[in-house]
Design a protein around this ligand. Structure first.
Ligand SMILES: [Zn+2]
Length: 99
């Protein structure tokens, strides 16, 4: 038996709710300068109910080869990774703004 999507009631294989959720989400990427001149890439605008933020941050840490944490629902990556983060989020189907 296949899983049924709780939103639209269709089997998960043909449900597009997750795709729609991704398109509706606008994710902001910003760079923050911290103490001692350290740069942090901040990824904001993620809806934790529609996206697995833990999976996303581990993917981004691998792609950027850096450390990172989740703080107040935002992803913080060590260093300036705006371009890499933007490219990978767009590949996943998100709308991305770089601030
Ligand atoms: Zn659905």
């Amino acid at each position: 038996m296949s899983d049924i999507c709780p939103k639209c009631g269709l089997p998960k294989e043909i449900c597009v709710c997750e795709d729609i959720a991704r398109e509706q989400q606008r994710i902001n990427i910003a760079v923050d300068k911290r103490r001692y001149g350290k740069m942090m890439t901040i990824v904001d605008g993620i809806n934790p109910h529609e996206l697995d933020i833990d999976t996303l941050i581990s993917n981004l840490k691998t792609i950027c080869a850096c450390g990172g944490t989740i703080k107040d629902g935002k992803i913080e990556l060590q260093g300036d990774h705006r371009i890499k983060v933007k490219e990978s989020l767009e590949k996943m189907g998100f709308m991305v703004d770089v601030l």
